[in-house]
Design a protein around this ligand. Structure first.
Ligand SMILES: [Zn+2]
Length: 540
């Protein structure tokens, strides 16, 4: 390409000519739609190149700043965030656009030509804070990730609340008067005391839209009119608050509510020094745990790091039992899931300012409480591997729900959990210390090669089954960092396997008793629960 006019000759020419040039070349930016967010736009450069006579292309370069959340009135030392962006450009067709985003950016940012169908830009066109792209249509939307707006949320709630076993309870109103709607999902014909009780909330931070797609997949799976969905609702009593910060979501904010307060870190404050949304959630926690604690709590977020993660509360800030439970549950989520591995875990001290801290202070290790973070980027730090999209995040949500059932030893149609026998023959030692992430009440370690363990289940439907065995991993935590990477050497600690490992596929010829014999491969081999997964009809 031959530059017809470089930037500098233009500057030196008459100002009138420059204005004419820019008016013709400029692109219009706006965020004047629901959930839109844009700070300032500054044209840095405008150049026209001649490729062949009669074929020219305009290069336009802009500096974009984010829109800041309101200043935090409770803690004025906190800087306002500006990491959510969702804006529209018009007049871009056949122009080479360069965007530099000062306040935030992710590799392979999301874009859409119609505001409905979204995709990632290729890595070559979106490397982080820089986007370079020749767009094919005149209008394009750019966002940190596919938006999940307040009105889309209301439409989803309409769909879900029409399904069986779903009721909505408005537990309070946001600062601007939007309803905070808690879903109660359970089969009311089964007594409450026979069910596992869980609480899940999301979108404390409005910019973290992948976290909403995770909950969307989870809720869809739990409320579906399928044998698995019905079975889950008979065994689980689920309370889900999909949007904990309605005003932030509706107004396209980044990390705060309408007043500028980061709700996520306000659970330890007194009622008169925090915001209404946090008060509403704490009242719901108190009301719903008056007679019995929740068994498991999830707080759904998204992180800019190029992996998904769970925040594990360090053993030293909680208890060995609690820490072991976190490893067991997260090991299950990592199993049969391309989106997360045990080495992706993060570690922090539990603290009263977080919702998880509230549960630790009120229920100790009776409630397994965790923050799950999806990503806007690739999974497991692998840019050549799988990237987050709405479909795999929704499946991640489904897996998160299945893992809850498995953690509590619940069988679903087509997915059966079989615990180890309580009495073992010679050749096995019990594992029930808190150094291992065993499932249920214990696992076993073989003292010799060939030691046999016999699993049994009274009533297994006929079919072909994939057999998985749970491997109890070591409940490790890093000493000096928030993840398993040593800050001095830069080396990662491999936490090994925590979770289901495939053994073989077996045939159950008819409905009824099932027996499975496992022989230790070596001394030191472990035996924990089995998971049988019915093969799809095509593989029967
Ligand atoms: Zn967050």
């Amino acid at each position: 390409m031959t530059p017809m006019k470089s930037r500098f000759p233009i500057v030196m020419l008459a100002a009138a000519m420059l204005l004419t040039w820019n008016t013709r070349a400029q692109v219009r930016f706006d965020a004047d739609f629901e959930g839109g967010s844009l700070g300032t736009v500054e044209l840095l450069d405008s150049t026209r190149f001649v490729i062949t006579p009669g074929d020219t292309v305009t290069h336009l370069s802009y500096l974009i700043t984010g829109k800041h959340d309101p200043d935090n009135p409770i803690d004025t030392s906190l800087a306002a965030s500006a990491n959510w962006y969702y804006f529209r450009m018009t007049g871009v067709k056949d122009k080479q656009i360069f965007l530099t985003q000062r306040d935030n950016g992710v590799a392979r940012t999301s874009y859409s030509y119609d505001g409905r169908t979204w995709d990632h830009l290729p890595l070559a066109e979106s490397t982080g804070r820089h986007i370079r792209k020749r767009f094919e249509h005149d209008t394009v939307y750019i966002a940190l990730y596919t938006p999940y707006t307040w009105s889309y949320h209301l439409r989803r709630m309409n769909t879900w609340s029409a399904r069986p076993d779903v009721t909505l309870d408005t537990i309070g109103y946001s600062h601007e008067g939007r309803p905070m709607q808690l879903m109660h999902i359970t089969d009311p014909s089964v007594p409450e005391n026979q069910k596992i009780r869980i609480w899940i909330h999301g979108r404390q931070h409005p910019s973290e839209t992948p976290g909403s797609y995770l909950l969307d997949g989870l809720i869809d799976y739990l409320t579906a009119d399928t044998p698995e969905g019905r079975s889950l609702r008979q065994q689980i009593d689920a309370y889900i608050l999909p949007i904990a910060n309605p005003d932030g979501v509706a107004n396209g904010l980044s990390r705060s509510n309408a007043l500028g307060v980061n709700q996520e870190i306000n659970f330890g404050r007194s009622d008169d020094s925090t915001v209404v949304e946090v008060r509403v959630m704490k009242r719901a926690f108190e009301r719903l745990t008056k007679d019995r604690p929740f068994d498991l709590v999830l707080n759904s977020h998204s992180q800019l790091a190029e992996s998904a993660t769970f925040w594990m509360h360090r053993r030293t800030s909680t208890s060995p039992v609690y820490f072991r439970k976190l490893w067991t549950y997260t090991g299950l989520v990592c199993s049969q899931n391309p989106c997360i591995r045990p080495e992706d875990m993060n570690f922090s001290d539990v603290a009263p300012r977080y919702a998880e801290g509230w549960f630790w202070d009120h229920a100790g290790d009776n409630t397994v409480a965790l923050t799950i973070e999806t990503t806007y980027n690739c999974y497991s730090f692998d840019r050549d591997g799988l990237w987050a999209d709405n479909e795999n995040i929704r499946q991640f949500g489904e897996r998160t729900m299945q893992a809850i059932a498995e953690y509590f030893g619940l069988s679903l149609p087509g997915r059966y959990v079989i615990e180890t026998p309580e009495q073992m023959k010679n050749g096995w030692q019990i594992i029930n210390d808190d150094a291992h992430s065993y499932l249920g009440t214990e696992a076993w370690r073989a003292t010799k090669k060939g030691a046999r363990i016999n699993y049994r289940m009274d009533n297994l439907p006929a079919g072909r089954y994939e057999v998985y065995q749970f491997v109890p991993g070591h409940c490790i935590e890093p000493e000096h960092s928030y993840n398993l990477k040593d800050p001095e050497t830069g080396k990662w600690t491999d936490p090994g396997v925590h979770g289901w490992v495939y053994l073989e596929t077996v045939e159950q010829p008819s409905d009824g008793r099932f027996r499975y014999s496992y022989k230790a491969k070596v001394a030191g081999d472990t035996a924990d629960a089995l998971l049988l997964i019915l093969c799809p009809p095509s593989k029967q």
